[in-house]
Write a protein that binds this ligand. Structure first.
Ligand code: TRP
Ligand code: ZN
Length: 899
């Protein structure tokens, strides 16, 4: 269509948060009728609308995208309308009217996977954020909430199951082998929560009674062969329903709650009211095909989407700048859910460490790069680009800080007030913070709310510098803090944040010291939370009998970079004795990071020179041997900081140097602790009948890590016993975690047996798409040896099982290489970058959302050392110069190139 081409060639415009205006019209009811056909689906949309009396009279502008418009009727009469770009505009409307719009679209050709699309002969929709406009002309904005009645008609043999939001009220036969189903959603909702599914599906069903006595039908829909992989998703859903009621008093409000899985999906899952649609990756699991990590992810994502039923669906966002209102809160809720399901306190701590690791390896770099944006952004070109780790993970940390400031019970009270006030509304981040504060009027949050809300408005990761001074004579210990925040694009000046700092003090023998703050009436026990709010602040502890080791930012109580000049002895003491598991782990990370940075900065260093000193190796040995620490925690402590995390600490990054140093550290740990790795493997290799729960999962993780180290050590010593044992373990394994860990050990060590194991793995699982994704991903993320990974990756994209159109498969090869394998991607000959730019361009024509994610692989190009820096810039410029680029990808590369 000419019009849409015009719209495409126009300069993309940035949408500004400040420009928000309420809608000029409301839509009260929507009656949708679909005649489903892959090549040409007909959509009849009848809306009851009225003018918004609070807004000056103006024409009605409906959003549309790639629709074929056949008819527009106002109150049953043909009406005059015009097209302005992709919008349908109608003038001279009465105050109340019925609008009928008839359009068609082509789901079979919808490779963007937004709107109505076909995946494996099944129809699915994806409407968040702005996909509904690809189904019909509409006021496609979240503050327009309507009641939906949906009729689906389709060929009965090809599409026996017809689903939409809410309750099934009618179904029956139609002529010519077709049938219909009519669904009514009892709740008003914004268009982005609309969904339909039609195809050959089967369901696992479970009837449950909620704590409040109400009965519900839970269903998990999949393709016929996958039913045996839905038990864990169903259990996760049941736990979610019970948890939200127990922890926050939020019950399931529907008779029927459905989850449907599709293998073609842009993201993880989607919280459509009563009809969640999931990437198969976050539904399907059997012990033969899914790892412990998969099981844990399924639990989190099922929880996440279910929790959206309140935090997202019942109370939604006024506009897309408020995205973190639902996403940050819901991530916080799914994190708490997973922690509460842990039987052991140590498993809770492990979960927290894992969440912080994601934040620091993905969000901190985002906050320091060209795409940096506040948790509540001020402008965007394409909203799909803002489903980021900042909105999700940093947003969750902001909610977590609120809970820290008002206490767990106070936070639950705040949640209750939030839902009391705003049920059925589309609201803002301010409304949320206000409710939490109002429910806790005597809290630090309420006292400092405007300042606290800088966490929503200021981008960038704050630096918290601390120094400690012990005065032996006065028996005082003074901690001086100063905070700052580096500038980010469009924000050069930052005001101080409210930063909760949980801390404790340790004595020389590792004992926790009692805390008495100067001027405080009461002693504070062994841990307390200081609330910083000025650029510089100091705190003095009295009655301190010895120079203490401070354990600062316990549990990672704020998303900041803590700068404290710990001595090695202090870190070793924290690693050995801190009662806070997070800081205990953090001490080991700091030690390893310090060693890595020293080696990277040492120009005289021989390539194979050791990186870790004896004391650190001894400390690691102690952890590995420790009689009471649990396996999952040991595995985390023994995991070296990632190349990405190390690179983030440097001003100028030579990725090859980082890679070599980290590989050297790994080899050193593998060989120096050989005996301990053997012992750890023997102690943890048998975990009995498979159960996906954190304690045995931790043992499998540690056994897997041990095997990888034993294979690396074998490579150095020429030993063949451990690689042979590893291959045997790979063959004999009774679950995917053990099997995949053994395979990974051979691949990571670069052992010749890896080829054989990979071939066997592919043959075993050729019909399991999610397992084949792992097979691709493992090879594309394997440690580089003399540039061997890029040729392999190119070969993988020519494999019969590869398809760039399937997002999971594209991610398993292309993203694993470009985003998760820096040592292989950053090549002196720039061939990785050239290949990346070709893939971004190729993907952009198929699926702009996925392309734009890939486009971010070189976000941090300006930190690179030459020649990488210039070559990376050139590759980005090459993408940016491509005519007809989507606004998704254009926004990412333009920001990357902005001065
Ligand atoms: N709202 C979804 C979530 O819970 C994610 C989402 C946003 C999404 N946009 C999407 C999923 C597009 C698939 C496609 O996090
Ligand atoms: Zn979400």
């Amino acid at each position: 269509m000419l019009l849409s081409r015009d719209a495409q060639s126009a300069q993309p415009v940035a949408i500004q948060r400040e420009d928000y205006a309420p809608p000029a019209y409301w839509i009260d009811t929507v009656d949708l009728c679909f005649d489903l056909d892959p090549a040409k689906t007909r959509v009849l949309n009848r809306m009851k609308m009225r003018r918004n009396p609070e807004v000056a009279a103006q024409p009605l502008r409906l959003d549309g995208d790639e629709l074929n418009l056949a008819r527009v009727l106002v109150n049953g009469q043909g009406a005059a309308f015009r097209m302005e770009g992709s919008q349908l505009v109608i003038d001279g409307l009465p105050d109340d009217f019925e609008l009928e719009i008839f359009t068609t679209c082509c789901p079979a050709k919808n490779t963007k996977l937004m709107g109505l699309f076909v995946s494996q002969n099944t129809f699915f929709t994806q409407c968040e954020a702005e996909g509904f406009r690809r189904i019909t002309y509409f006021l496609d904005r979240p503050d327009v909430m309507a009641s939906y009645i949906v009729t689906l008609r389709a060929d009965k043999a090809a599409y026996p199951v017809l689903l939409s939001n809410g309750n099934l009220v009618e179904e029956g036969e139609l002529p010519e082998g077709r049938h219909f189903a009519k669904w009514v959603d009892p709740f008003k909702k914004p268009a982005y929560l609309f969904a339909l599914v039609a195809g050959k599906l089967v369901a696992r069903e479970q009837r449950i009674k909620a704590r409040n006595g109400r009965e519900h039908l839970l269903q998990v829909y999949v393709r016929a062969g996958d039913l045996d992989k839905t038990e864990h998703a169903m259990n996760s859903l049941i736990h979610s329903v019970l948890w939200d009621e127990a922890r926050f008093g939020l019950p399931l409000d529907l008779d029927r709650f459905m989850i449907v899985a599709t293998s073609d999906f842009n993201m993880g899952a989607m919280e459509n009211k009563g009809l969640n649609i999931f990437n198969t990756k976050y539904v399907l699991a059997s012990q033969a095909t899914a790892t412990d990590a998969d099981y844990a992810n399924i639990e989190s994502v099922v929880g996440h989407e279910y929790f959206h039923n309140w935090s997202g669906d019942r109370v939604t966002c006024r506009d897309w700048f408020q995205l973190s209102l639902k996403e940050g809160l819901t991530v916080f809720r799914d994190q708490e859910f997973s922690m509460d399901l842990c039987a052991e306190p140590s498993a809770r701590a492990v979960k927290r460490i894992e969440d912080v690791r994601v934040l620091r390896t993905a969000q901190f770099p985002e906050d320091a790069g060209p795409m940096a944006h506040p948790v509540r952004p001020d402008s965007y070109i394409e909203i799909s680009n803002f489903y980021t780790v900042t909105i999700y993970e940093k947003g969750a940390e902001v909610v977590r800080m609120m809970q820290t400031l008002v206490g767990r019970e106070g936070f639950a009270r705040g949640m209750t007030l939030y839902f009391e006030r705003h049920d059925g509304q589309a609201v803002t981040c301010d409304d949320f913070a206000q409710a939490i504060a109002d429910a806790n009027p005597d809290s630090e949050l309420a006292r400092r709310l405007p300042q606290f809300k800088r966490w929503y408005s200021q981008a960038g990761t704050p630096r918290l510098a601390a120094t400690g001074h012990y005065d032996a004579e006065a028996r005082t210990y003074t901690l001086a803090f100063s905070q700052s925040c580096p500038p980010t694009p469009g924000q050069s000046v930052k005001e101080p944040f409210v930063i909760p700092v949980a801390l404790g003090l340790l004595g020389a023998d590792g004992r926790a010291l009692p805390l008495q703050l100067e001027g405080a009436a009461q002693p504070a026990g062994e841990s307390l939370t200081l609330v910083l709010h000025e650029a510089e602040q100091r705190f003095t502890f009295t009655g301190v009998d010895e120079a203490p080791v401070p354990s600062i930012l316990r549990g990672f109580s704020a998303p900041v970079v803590l700068q404290f000049d710990y001595t090695r002895e202090q870190l070793l003491a924290l690693l050995a004795h801190d009662t806070d598991p997070f800081n205990r782990w953090e001490a080991a990370q700091r030690l390893a990071l310090g060693a890595a940075l020293a080696a990277i900065g040492d120009d005289t260093r021989a390539p194979d020179a050791p990186v870790l000193d004896e004391a650190l190796i001894a400390a690691m040995r102690e952890v590995l041997r420790h009689p009471t620490l649990d396996a999952a925690f040991k595995e985390l402590v023994l995991s070296l900081p990632s190349e990405v995390y190390i690179a983030e600490q440097l001003d100028v990054v030579d990725p090859q140097r980082v890679h070599r140093v980290r590989e050297a550290m790994r080899t050193q740990l593998a060989t120096a602790l050989f005996a301990e790795w053997q012992q750890a493997y023997e102690d943890n290799k048998d975990t009995g009948a498979y159960r996906p729960e954190p304690v045995s999962a931790g043992r499998r993780a540690l056994a897997g890590m041990a095997l990888a180290n034993l294979c690396i050590a074998a490579r150095e010593s020429g030993d063949t016993v451990w690689p042979g044992k590893t291959l045997q373990r790979f063959k004999d394994a009774s679950n995917m975690t053990d099997r995949f860990n053994a395979l990974t050990a051979l691949v990571v060590a670069g052992h010749p047996l890896a080829a054989q194991a990979l071939a066997r793995f592919h043959a075993m699982f050729k019909d399991e798409a999610l397992v084949i994704d792992k097979w691709f991903g493992l090879q594309a993320s394997a440690p580089d040896r003399d540039g061997d990974v890029l040729p392999l990756v190119k070969q993988l994209t020519r494999h019969a099982d590869f398809s760039i159109k399937n997002p999971n498969r594209a991610r398993s090869v292309i993203f694993s290489y470009c985003n998760a394998n820096p040592g292989a991607f950053h090549r002196l000959d720039a061939a990785g970058y050239v290949w990346w730019s070709d893939r971004v361009i190729e993907l952009d024509e198929i699926n702009p959302q996925v392309a734009a994610r890939l486009a971010r692989a070189l976000d941090r190009w300006s930190k690179l050392a030459e020649p990488y820096r210039s070559a990376a810039r050139e590759a980005i410029a090459r993408v940016a110069a491509r005519p007809g680029l989507s606004k998704d990808t254009l926004e990412v590369v333009s920001r990357a190139l902005a001065p």
